[in-house]
Design a protein. Sequence first.
Length: 88
Amino acid sequence: MSDLSLPGADTLVKTAATYAKDLAERTIWTAATAVGGLLVASGPADMLHLSFWKSAGVAGIIAAGTLVKGLAARLIGDPNSASTAKGV
């Protein structure tokens, strides 16, 4: 039977902290992009009455915003990560 190699407690804490930082960043950026997409696609006066095509437009704007943020993150954070947070 082979030995089971488990990571140490320090590695687990560091991994959990990195995961939490990445998750928080993605959640905040997604919410900001969604609000921006909604405002651009429908206008602030008509936010609660979107047609199907305006809703599809919001989804497209959110996807484009996420792509731009991920590309910009290469310049801000680690070039091998789509995160703007350092160390993620």
